[in-house]
Design a binder for this molecule. Structure first.
Ligand code: AMP
Ligand code: MG
Length: 342
């Protein structure tokens, strides 16, 4: 399959959007920019189209997808009920990086919800994503547009690297602003529960609907017989080829550890101003107290370190409050929960 690459400037031609919409309506799959990460989109009402996503990504069949809508009206046909709290969250955070899990209707095809009786729905804010949803005229199922298990793509070039030859089109809409996937909250448990932290923080959710539980799997490795609240939690995730190690402690401890590693094969992720302390190649996550910037950079840096063939990445442990919770959640998985104190 030849993958067509659509440049940002071509999107100003109405004809281009019409063609993208047609491709999606005809069961094609198209990588689209969103404010979180790039998504691999297909018509959520077509089982045949959605199955192609699983094939292109190598995604396990039992891992359900998020359905993307353009307007609130489009939520109702997808779900069997819309609780008050869903409306409160939608009103406050949509369009934006929040996914809400609700009881599904029959319109959602089997493979989207992977056999569950619930569906995850989000309304993205990225203008190109919104224009594409509108042009397609259907809700779009879209997981992150990476090969399953790899760091999520935050640029069209990342998508090209993973998906060239596997999908119909890649639409370039620039760098994803948030840089990590959406916050996922379920309203199908006894109390609302945060399943995956993202650009909308736990505090923000609580300020709108009150009590929200934090799922155990956000910071902890799933135990052997533990049933995950979200099927995606049980899979390897966000992993570069290099081994990642999260290092807790002060700069001097990390420097000592870095010095003891093969410096040609070991990269260090640190914060602004720390770079000169290391003999190794460093990549800065940004200012230490700016988790929004850490989120924006993390996946791109993991990919960059792979491109330069490092086999080990030491990461100076970032603070985990606010959006930092999302960064820590991704890093823990990228590191297969390997954390040390220095
Ligand atoms: P991604 O598509 O890569 O952004 O991942 C979507 C995440 O949402 C995965 O971890 C899925 O397991 C999770 N998810 C999607 N739909 C549901 C659902 N109905 N119930 C629980 N988790 C879901
Ligand atoms: Mg993903």
């Amino acid at each position: 399959m030849i993958t067509e690459f659509i440049k940002t400037e071509d999107l100003s031609r109405e004809e281009t959007l019409v063609r993208i919409g047609e491709t999606l309506r005809n069961d094609g799959i198209v990588a689209i920019p969103t404010e979180t990460v790039y998504g691999l989109a297909a018509n959520a009402l077509s089982d045949e189209a959605v199955k192609k996503i699983f094939t292109a990504k190598g995604r396990p069949q039992d891992n359900p997808l998020i359905v993307h809508i353009g307007e609130l009206d489009e939520l109702y046909p997808l779900v069997s009920e819309v609780p008050e709290k869903a409306l409160m969250l939608a009103q406050k955070f949509w369009p934006g990086p929040l996914t809400i899990i609700l009881k599904k209707s029959d319109a959602v095809c089997e493979s989207v919800s992977a056999g569950l009786d619930t569906v995850a729905v989000r309304m993205p804010s990225h203008p190109v994503a919104r224009a594409i949803i509108k042009a397609s005229g259907v809700p779009l199922a879209a997981p992150s547009a990476n090969v399953s298990g790899k760091p999520s793509p935050t640029t069209a070039e990342h998508v090209l690297h993973d998906m060239n030859g596997r999908i119909d089109m890649i639409v370039d809409g620039g760098e994803s602003a948030v840089g990590v996937e959406s916050t996922v909250i379920t309203l199908c448990t006894e109390k609302p529960r945060l399943l995956r932290p993202g650009g909308i923080t736990l505090e923000q959710l609580r300020s709108v609907i009150g009590e929200v539980e934090l799922d155990n799997a956000v910071f902890n490795e799933l135990q052997k017989n533990e049933k995950p609240s979200s099927p995606g939690m049980k899979y390897k995730h966000y992993s570069p080829d290099a081994d990642v190690l999260i290092v807790r402690g002060d700069l001097s401890g990390l420097v000592k550890l870095a010095e003891s590693c093969d410096k040609d094969r070991t990269a260090v992720f640190c914060f602004d101003g720390e770079e000169a302390s290391f003999p190794n190649k460093t990549y800065s996550l940004g200012d230490r107290n700016d988790p929004v910037e850490h989120a924006h950079r993390i996946f791109d840096l993991l990919r960059k370190a792979d491109e330069e063939n490092f086999t080990k990445i030491l990461v100076h442990c970032p603070p985990k409050d606010g959006v930092g919770m999302a960064v820590m959640n991704r890093l823990l998985r990228a590191a297969a929960f390997n954390v040390i104190e220095v």
